[in-house]
Design a binder for this molecule. Structure first.
Ligand code: HEC
Ligand code: HEC
Length: 273
């Protein structure tokens, strides 16, 4: 990760730690040193999008920035990005993923049902409460689809409809036409790097990832050819991975707000009222 653009952030943590007078962050971060670390990080690494300012979210943000019990070198943002968009290669987007899904993945790394040396080591050092808090933080980070990037070609038949003869269900039925993920357990694929998605399919093929419900992905990955996996990973990666949220400013421009029903700050009303 040394050449990663966010390696500058690693240096922020190092600076914060040196000022604190020890070579690694203490297990329990005192409020003052935690605040100093946050200021240093924010000053050197740019703005962080903040979720609801409750204590739970703040704890999650602190773990994301400091690594929590896993220590400063394992700060999540160093690999997953301050905005949670991932590093464009092996470290995936976490912003906007489902909280329960992320907690389940951290548990799977800790128990060895999902194999990856760095994530296994990190997950084993965090407590269940820390999984929950940090997952809550990343889940609340808004993922802005990159609308400038275009979808790579027309949807492959396998993505849309699968191949029933080989027992492959269409990816879209669980991951959505826009790669947004349908329901809490089916993660978005859009906005994830093609290399990451291809690597996951490969891990299921090799049995290195074994925590999917009812082996659904394990069986699909083993039915796909290598060429099909690569093509599906490239296509899924190019999908926007999110839908405009109802009530977002774009859906309710300033000019239309004289009607209180189109003001997003008003409580939701039924159309018949
Ligand atoms: C040294 C880099 C690094 C650091 C630090 C790091 N991660 Fe990761 N993370 C990765 C990589 C690489 C993967 C993909 C591993 C794989 O292929 O299974 C990953 C995967 C994940 C996933 C699975 C996402 C998915 O879509 O299935 C979660 C959740 C996660 N990391 C959370 C965290 C949290 C929380 C922290 C901080 C406590 C953290 N990571 C710190 C590199 C890192
Ligand atoms: C019946 C539902 C279902 C179908 C159909 C399905 N998936 Fe999945 N997929 C899942 C679930 C559930 C997970 C998360 C598994 C876990 O918890 O580890 C997943 C995860 C993935 C991931 C890893 C995402 C990440 O962030 O780590 C990839 C890549 C993937 N699926 C690709 C595909 C492709 C390609 C297809 C079509 C050929 C497909 N899936 C069809 C349910 C499905």
């Amino acid at each position: 990760m040394d050449n990663h653009p966010l390696s500058a952030c690693r240096r922020c943590f190092t600076t914060g730690t040196v000022q604190g007078g020890s070579s690694s962050l203490p297990m329990t971060i005192r409020p003052t040193s935690a605040a100093a670390l946050l200021v240093l990080t924010l000053a050197a690494c740019g703005p962080v999008k903040r979720g609801a300012a409750d204590q739970f979210t703040r704890t999650g943000e602190l773990i994301a920035l400091s690594g929590g019990d896993a220590g400063a070198p394992n700060a999540c943002v160093a690999c997953h990005g301050l905005d949670g968009r991932g590093n464009g290669a092996g470290a995936p987007r976490l912003a906007g993923l489902n909280r329960g899904y992320m907690t389940a993945q951290l548990e799977a790394y800790a128990s060895g049902r999902r194999r990856h040396p760095e994530m296994e080591a990190i997950a084993r050092k965090l407590t269940l409460a820390q999984y929950d808090a940090v997952s809550n933080y990343f889940a609340a980070l808004r993922f802005q689809p990159d609308i400038s990037s275009s979808v790579a070609g027309s949807p492959p038949v396998l993505y849309q409809r699968g191949d029933p003869a080989r027992g492959i269900a269409g990816c879209a039925s669980c991951h959505g036409d826009h790669g947004e993920g349908v329901g809490p357990a089916n993660p978005p694929l859009g906005g994830q790097a093609a290399a990451y998605l291809a690597e996951q399919l490969d891990q299921w093929r090799r049995g290195a990832r074994r925590n999917d419900p009812e082996n659904v992905m394990l069986e699909i990955a083993r039915a796909l050819t290598l060429g099909e996996s690569a093509a599906l990973a490239a296509y899924a990666s190019s999908l926007p991975g999110g839908l405009p949220r109802p009530g977002s400013p774009a859906a309710s421009p300033e000019a239309h707000r004289d009607d209180p029903r189109s003001d997003v700050s008003m409580p939701l009303r039924r159309a018949v009222e």
